[in-house]
Each structure stands twice: as C-alpha cells, then as structure tokens.
Design a protein around this ligand. Structure first.
Ligand code: ZN
Length: 406
C-alpha cells in the first residue's frame, strides 16, 4: 500500500525542480535539489540552513533543525519527524550523505509553511520559498545574531576566489571532438563551459580568475600560477575521449582528478592525454617536466592541499549527478601537469566524452551546458562552505579573515 502510494505520488507530482530559491530579507539563495534513489528529492542542509539563518545539530540517528522558535527533529533515513512533541510522517527522509545532512524537499514545500503559518510561503511552480519574516525578525534574532554583513545570502563569506582553467587553446585543440557539432574541438567546449561557469560563480558571489577567456594557448606549467595565495580552488575543465577501439563510442560519463600518481591504466591514459599539450609548448622546458610529480609530491604545501582537493573532487562528482545523464565515473588521481603548479587545492574535471554522441550533445547544447555549470558552481559553493566551517573563520583568504576576524 505504502509503495503504491509512493509510486502514485511519483506519477502525479510535477518533476522535482533542479534548484529551490530561498528568498529572505537578506536576499536570494539557490539551493540545488538532488534526486536520491531512496528518499526522492533532497536539499543539502548546509546551504539551505545558511540561507534561512537556521541551524542543525546531528546526533546518533537523528538531526535537529532549529528555525526561529521551532525545532524539527528528523529521524535519519526514516520518513518521520517530530515537531511539538508529536511524531509526524514525511514523504521523504532526512539522511547523511558523505557527512552532509540532506533534508527532504517537503521541509521547504510543506513543513515550514505549515509550522509557521504566514511567515513562509512556498510557490511550487517557481520552486521558491519566501520567508516573510521582517528584518530584523524577532524569531531569527532569537535563534541567530543579526545577519553578518560579510556573508552572502548563500551563507558564503565574501571574498572567495576560484581560478577556472579552460583546457587547451590556440594551437592546442585538445581532442578533436568527433561527435561535437560544427567542427567544435575540445578547446572550444572547455572555453564555452568555463565562461558559463565564470558567470554562474559570479552570480553566487565568488570572484573568478580565468587562465584564458579566449582561444589562446597558455603553457600548462604556467596555468597553476593563476591560482595564487588569494585563490581558494583551481578548477581545470576538460573533455575526455577514447582512442578508436571496438565499442569506444559507448563509453560516457564524468570524472574528476586530483594530483597524485595515477592508480589505474585508465587514469594514466587521461594523464598522458592531458599532458600531451606540452608538445605545443617551448621544447626547452619540456625535459624538466619528466620528473615533475616526484618533485611536487615532496612539496609539503601541495600535500596539505591534497585532502581539500579530494573533497572538492567528491563534491563536483556528487553535484554533477544532478545535471549529467551519463554515469558518475568517480574521483580519480593522476599525474596531471596542469595541477602541478597550483599552490592551492587543484582539481581537473573531465565533463564527458566527445567520443560518445550523448555526452557530446550534452556538452554542446546550451540548456544542458547551463545545467552542467550550475552543478559545478553549486559544488564549488558547497566546497567553500565546508572549507569555511573547517577553518572556522570564514574565507581564509579574505582580508577580514587574515586579520583574525571571526
Ligand atoms: Zn583535455
């Protein structure tokens, strides 16, 4: 009976939105919706609660979310929550995913409007939750100090900088993009995606440095230098491809690399392919590259960033699932020269395979390009939020944080 009910609901309800807009007196924040196999549409609690000025406490088997005077107690992984001492049913469930609390979409679409009466209104068609609490809301003020002027509506500290590296360029076309339309090559698609990602990140209040914003070749050993002390993350955008062999056009999906010795033959292949750009560059410098990784792995600074890079790569993979129709090929490690020289956490995304027709279409159609970069931008924001919580003082690279400001 219950299963039939869920199936019916899935048939009758409109498709879950890609993002939910949270509108408060502090501004608007977009929170990505993830479709969970077991629990249906879910929202990442860190971003949602930051936008609402709310807080969560996680215990063994439960999570407590406090919004103003109300306390919602969710049973993790079960379709139940407790409010005002009463246990109530839920369509979805709250759960932990890679240490991040996720809340069912009903929290914004039903629970908040019901629990607060007029304060919250949810517009299902626009996927928008409006918080009508006046500023400064007595309820909000009780739960949280006044809105921090150094914070953006999405909860991020101001002043984050991300370097976007559009792979290849100029005389280096990257892979030939056999299923791309109009003779587009890898270098063109990485540039398109990088520009769109730049716009998405700026919209989210993140400053962006581009290694290139036009069709030009930047030496891959120089690209990392664009991510200096100021920069929080170096993100290199590439397109995968396979050499011709039986069935090669069927392989598709997305994967994200951080710098370490390649562990699998496939990862080594990607590293060789992306490192090949070196042949377009000054031959005098080519030799010193050969032992680049040995040298770099002894570099303490890079090792410190390894954990962060792995986490950023995990979040990119996790968020790309929302907008990518191909399989999640996972987080991988590879000896990628372009990641060598960044002095901050650095990752490389292979957004899809140009040797697969579906992936090629996904990466070159404007609507799906926008979805892909929106997921990438959401992943970057989620990473920065986590990073802020970890260092405990907001954007470590912002001037305020450097001055020791809490
Ligand atoms: Zn490439």
């Amino acid at each position: 009976m219950m299963i039939a009910g869920i199936l019916l609901a899935a048939l009758v309800l409109p498709k879950a939105p890609m993002t939910v807009v949270i509108q408060t007196v502090r501004g608007e924040a977009r929170v990505p919706v993830r479709w969970d196999q077991s629990f249906g549409p879910v929202l990442p609690a860190p971003q949602l609660l930051a936008a609402l000025g709310a807080e969560a406490r996680i215990g063994a088997g439960w999570a407590e979310v406090t919004v103003g005077p109300q306390v919602f107690r969710f049973l993790l992984g079960a379709p139940l929550y407790q409010l005002d001492g009463t246990l109530r049913p839920l369509a979805g469930s709250a759960s932990l995913r890679r240490d991040t609390l996720e809340l069912p979409i009903q929290f914004v679409s039903e629970m908040l409007p019901r629990a607060f009466g007029r304060r919250f209104r949810y517009d299902a068609r626009a996927a928008r939750l409006v918080d009508n609490a006046p500023a400064p809301a007595a309820a909000l003020a009780a739960a949280k100090p006044a809105a921090d002027p150094n914070r953006l509506p999405n909860g991020l500290r101001k002043g984050h900088v991300v370097t976007i590296d559009a792979g290849h360029g100029g005389v280096d076309p990257g892979n030939p993009g056999i299923f791309f339309p109009n003779g587009l090559k890898e270098k063109d698609v990485t540039l398109q995606l990088s520009r769109l990602l730049r716009d998405e990140l700026r919209e989210r209040g993140v400053k962006v440095v581009m290694t290139r914003a036009r069709d030009t070749l930047i030496d891959i050993r120089d690209r990392g230098a664009y991510c200096t002390e100021e920069c929080d993350l170096f993100l290199s955008i590439h397109v995968n491809s396979l050499p011709k062999r039986p069935g090669y056009t069927r392989v598709r999906g997305f994967e994200t690399y951080y710098l370490a010795e390649a562990k699998t033959e496939d990862a080594a292949r990607v590293a060789r392919m992306e490192n090949e750009a070196i042949r377009f560059e000054d031959p005098k410098n080519a030799e010193e590259q050969l032992n680049g990784l040995d040298f770099i792995m002894k570099d303490l600074q890079l090792n410190e960033h390894l954990r962060e890079a792995v986490r950023a790569a995990e979040l990119v993979q996790s968020y790309l699932q929302e907008s990518h129709t191909g399989p999640d090929k996972g987080v991988k490690q590879g000896n990628l020269i372009v990641l060598n020289t960044a002095r901050r956490p650095a990752i490389l995304v292979e957004v899809g395979f140009s040797t697969n027709p579906e992936d090629a279409k996904l990466m070159t159609t404007r609507a799906s390009q926008l979805n892909l970069v929106s997921s990438l931008a959401d992943a970057v924001v989620a990473y920065l939020l986590e990073y802020e919580r970890k260092v405990g003082q907001g954007a470590a690279t912002s001037a305020g944080a450097r001055a020791g400001q809490k």
